[in-house]
Design a protein around this ligand. Structure first.
Ligand code: ADP
Ligand code: MG
Length: 288
């Protein structure tokens, strides 16, 4: 069975930024969080997947199909939630729906009405009266009403208050109970991943630093703390990144076991949070 999303050696050059040969894969049945600091290349990657931008090289396959050659079929099967508002502000939810529904082969009004109720959205409300969280829910209701198999969202949780953010994350967990679906969403908020991601793909400055399961990160990576005397050329080789001050250091290792033999030298090893992992990876350049 083909992966639901497969990206191989994808490149895109802008004047001051390049997406450098990125690759990663998402199998159906899972949620992948696409994380990285502002300007890392998340939106660019998503626009390339949606064929809103033209790639310079590489391959993007959705449902096993080339994303440019099979654009129409793919778009019928994707639910895309934009980071910017693309609705007509003056229309109501129900008027907007009447414009959007005919664009999809598998549209179900029954399904749409059910999600409006579930998300407590009134069909009579004008788009301009919706909060950002409500707009996100409206976009999701649309995605779900055309039976999208893959949901792609660019920063769906940014700018939402914690309550609405959690509510949205709960909706994603609920959706993925259908194991034929996949969810790919970008974020710069690691707590989104703590809660719902199965896979985490980290991008920084146009490069993929890792793409792996969340459990592998939390089970294998280690946060090492100790005195400065521990540091030498040999021990430093183990570190993804390090923070030093006059008393000691704190560093990230990819494999906790690789450092176990040093434990008698007065270091301690702790489990990192995803926040730690992202910060050490993306600040790496400052420390070497
Ligand atoms: P992210 O979504 O991770 O915050 P983006 O993918 O939006 O990052 O942007 C990555 C980099 O590419 C930024 O430096 C941005 O200025 C640049 N960029 C994005 N779109 C364009 C464009 N159309 N033309 C030139 N540069 C762009
Ligand atoms: Mg972005």
């Amino acid at each position: 069975m083909a992966p639901i999303l497969e990206i191989k050696n994808l490149k895109k050059d802008f004047k001051d930024f390049s997406l450098k040969n990125i690759s990663f894969t998402l199998e159906k049945g899972f949620i992948m969080g696409f994380i990285g600091p502002n300007g890392a290349g998340k939106s660019t990657t998503i626009k390339l997947i949606m064929n809103l931008l033209k790639k310079d090289a590489g391959e993007i396959k959705v449902f096993g199909l080339d994303n440019v050659k099979n654009e129409n079929e793919i778009k019928n099967r994707i639910g895309f939630v934009y980071d910017e508002n693309y609705f007509y502000e003056e229309l109501t939810i129900s008027e907007m729906k009447r414009i959007i529904a005919p664009l999809y082969k598998n549209w179900s009004n029954e399904c749409f009405n059910r999600y409006l109720k579930e998300f407590t959205l009134s069909p009579k409300k004008k788009i301009k009266e919706l909060s950002k969280g409500m707009k996100m829910k409206f976009s999701l209701a649309i995605a779900l009403s055309h039976q999208a198999e893959l949901i792609i969202m660019d920063e769906p949780t940014s700018g939402l208050d914690p309550l609405i953010r959690n509510e949205l994350l709960d909706i994603f967990s609920y959706l993925i109970q259908d194991e034929n679906k996949g969810i790919f969403f970008s974020t710069h908020i690691t707590s989104d991943l703590d809660k719902i991601a199965d896979y985490v793909t980290l991008i920084n400055d146009g490069e993929i630093l890792f793409s792996t399961t969340k459990d592998e990160i939390l089970d294998c990576y280690g946060l090492v703390k100790g005195k400065k005397e521990f540091l030498n050329e040999d021990t430093r080789k183990n570190f993804v990144g390090i923070k030093e001050n006059q008393f000691g250091f704190e560093a990230l290792v990819k494999n906790r076991n690789s450092i176990n033999r040093f434990i008698n030298n007065g270091i301690i090893i702790e489990k990192p949070t995803l926040e730690d992992v992202m910060l050490y990876f993306t600040r790496r350049e400052l420390n070497v």
